[in-house]
Design a binder for this molecule. Sequence first.
Ligand SMILES: [Zn+2]
Length: 373
Amino acid sequence: MIEGRQEVNNAAGTPAIVFTDCNMLDAAAEQQAMAAAGSADGAAAAAQPATKRREVSVGGKRVKTIDVHAHCVIPEALALQGKRIEDQRGPGIGEVGARRIAEMDEQGIDIEALSINPHWYKTERDLAAEIVRINNERLAEYCATYPERFVAFASVALQFPELAVEQLEHAVKKQGLRGAAVGASCAGDEFSDPKFHPFWAKCQELGVLVFIHPQSTPELNKRFKGNGWLSNTIGNPLDTTICLSHLIFDGTLDRFPKLKICSAHGGGYLPSYAPRSDNACRVGPEMCNPAIGLKKKPTEYLRDMYFDTLVFTSEALRHLAAEVGTSQLVVGTDHPIPWNQNPVDHIMNTPGFTDEERIAMLGGTAAKLLGIS
Ligand SMILES: [Zn+2]
């Protein structure tokens, strides 16, 4: 089946690329997806009935909608680690351009900013470099094939920060990628670790967006056992919460005040319970390092960061907006994972926003951050 799909890709002149999820869907879903993809041989997959494109307007004005949270994997890069595409779980595992775009059309998403969850943070340098090279070349090719529909975040070998600096600079300046996609920690090291400073400095210098996507919280795997897919259900938002808290409390965001960070899943749990961070050092001053004199209240840093809107309910979106500001929110779907099939309606149906705020959230802010005209 896989070979068949790749042949279709090649016949269409499209780089070999498939879309997958946060690597965590169950095997049954995967099998269903594989069966569906398999039954659609190349010709059938390419001949999917055209979906009517939903064009989004607000106040009579057409809005170019942009989804900053959309996944893919590159089979060729996976293979370097002995990973097979068949083992990548997710209902979109067999997606290629035309079908993927049809789903975007149905959702009313004009542009997706693709990212690849880093699966190479623990590999040695040469292998990591090769994986990143392949990922970024394929992403660039793919975006060039569909320039009206896709942009992409670069992969970087963050465990080698100086290498990551070179990779990002090359990806942005030579390949047209729009920023960096990273996890929420790197092989056990927090992003506030000084060894990552050169990378944040380069991101800031280039003015590109850093998309932070969690990879569960592996230190808690034992507690995540049991029913409820807790490694994802709470592990992912917790991972982001820990990441952002370190960037705030360890002074990293003071050191790089123009760093543009966008977090997946609405920033995890942090915006939901943000004011606790403002009171922690008051209640436990002995637990806070006086040498790290934060320039702002911890919650104020949230208003300088960006967050996707993958928070499910109008009330959650209203609260997120209240904590961070509507100017900091951008659409995120997790496509092709069906967390939110109606990302546009999620924003349109939440009461209390002005037209201008909805336009900004649907695409205006992301366009500026990603250099989309
Ligand atoms: Zn995701």
